[in-house]
Design a binder for this molecule. Structure first.
Ligand code: NAD
Length: 374
């Protein structure tokens, strides 16, 4: 996997590293995002989400394209290379990943690994001078998230978190209500995201492993948590949380169900729930003069809802994986236009601050825990 494109000029390489080739183009007065070449994206971690959603979505995107892969499996590498015409020079294994620094085909590394690997690979991708897109949850805790933000800032690369719902139009309409407040004072939010899964599961599964960021809260709970924050339009100050496990043969050291009550300023509360044991998919805001909701609020397509005044939230953006394509095109345009992404690292970090407090409260049997100020 030698790299014939490696730049011999160290100053050019440093600039490419800091901004990506397209970022360099963006610095030129005549360059425009619409005329720049699509950004080259390398997916790292070729499991379910990369295979079934992101790689197909990258065939639909206009401003970025699937240019490289990072995988521990030679067989997968071969299959992906065949399917997506990925040249040898753009294929890396985990150990050799850092050589991506010398590859001008790759502008962005999209981290789609189990959660405990989000931080180390973000730091390595940033050190290689590549922009980083990282899947949710951003990290294992707020300290890791902060280190990721700092690493990307130090290398002057962008960091965007894969909270795809924030790119979905019905979600964006609900997010806007946090500012316009057509139903008066917000009183209570309900945010519930979960599914029944893992019955009869056997073998190695990182979603059931505490060391690799397993459990419902990291996986689905962050959707409820993030939605509570964008619906409140404010940051939570404290939380009480309890966790429950029904299938103790499967859930050892990780939560099967987590319930949490977030306290926001002005007496607003958000009751959140997440579970691997029960299907749930609701975001609802109760206000002094009405209500609004999305159900499902978290889905690849078909997000919809309504409000007490009869309005509907039913904009459609096309079949899956249109949502992922929209997210990646928006994040690519942010890089090309040298603007911050819609969902920067700070947004993931704020969730991690609350998540740390949720886990601390649950560990302490549901005592109230204050959330560190962001
Ligand atoms: P997956 O288990 O299907 O894939 C994980 C990949 O990581 C596999 O290719 C595996 O070989 C590789 N890997 C490398 N080191 C590993 C290790 N130590 N243990 C286990 N696997 C290892 O997982 P997935 O469903 O693709 O999820 C990956 C990430 O994407 C997670 O962070 C998850 O939260 C996120 N995700 C996001 C969405 C979304 O809608 N935004 C949907 C699914 C998953």
């Amino acid at each position: 996997m030698s790299d014939p494109h490696s730049s011999a000029d160290p100053s050019r390489r440093r600039l490419l590293g800091a901004f990506g080739a397209a970022g360099l183009a963006g610095m030129l007065p005549s360059a425009r995002a619409s005329t720049a070449r699509p950004l080259g994206v390398a997916l790292i971690g070729l499991g379910y989400y990369s295979r079934d959603l992101l790689a197909p979505a990258l065939q639909m995107t206009k401003h970025c394209r699937l240019a490289g892969i990072v995988t521990g499996s030679p067989a997968k590498a071969e299959e992906w290379q065949r399917r997506y015409a990925i040249p040898d020079r753009n294929v890396y294994d985990y150990a050799g990943f850092d050589r991506i620094a010398d590859n001008p085909d790759i502008d962005v590394v999209y981290i789609v690994l189990p959660n405990h690997l989000h931080k180390p690979f973000t730091v390595r991708a940033a050190a290689a001078g590549k922009h980083v897109w990282c899947e949710k949850p951003m990290a294992m805790d707020a300290a890791e998230a902060r280190a990721m933000i700092d690493a990307c800032r130090a290398q002057r690369v962008q960091l965007a978190i894969g909270y795809r719902m924030q790119h979905e139009p019905n979600t964006q309409a609900v997010m806007a209500l946090a500012t316009s407040r057509p139903f008066g004072r917000l009183q209570r939010i309900r945010a519930e995201a979960g599914f029944r899964g893992f019955d009869g599961a056997s073998g190695d599964n990182w979603r059931l492993d505490p060391a690799r960021g397993g459990g419902a809260m990291y996986d689905m709970g962050v959707y409820a948590l993030n939605a509570a924050r964008y619906t409140a339009g404010a940051e939570p100050v404290a939380v009480t949380a309890t966790q429950a496990v029904e299938r103790s043969d499967l859930f050892r050291g990780v939560d099967e169900t987590m319930r949490f009550r977030l306290e926001f300023p002005d007496g607003v509360v958000a009751d959140g729930e997440t579970s691997f044991g029960r299907n749930m998919n609701l975001l609802r805001a109760e206000c002094a003069d009405g209500w609004y909701e999305l159900s499902p609020f978290q889905a690849y397509e078909g997000v919809r809802g309504g409000a007490s005044d009869g309005r509907r939230f039913d904009a459609a953006i096309g079949a899956t994986p249109a949502q992922q394509a929209r997210q990646m095109d928006a994040d690519a345009l942010a890089i090309l236009g040298r603007r911050p992404p819609r969902v920067p690292g700070e947004e993931g970090w704020r969730d991690m601050l609350a998540l740390d407090a949720i886990f601390a409260s649950a560990r302490a049997g549901g005592t109230r825990v204050e959330i560190a100020a962001g």
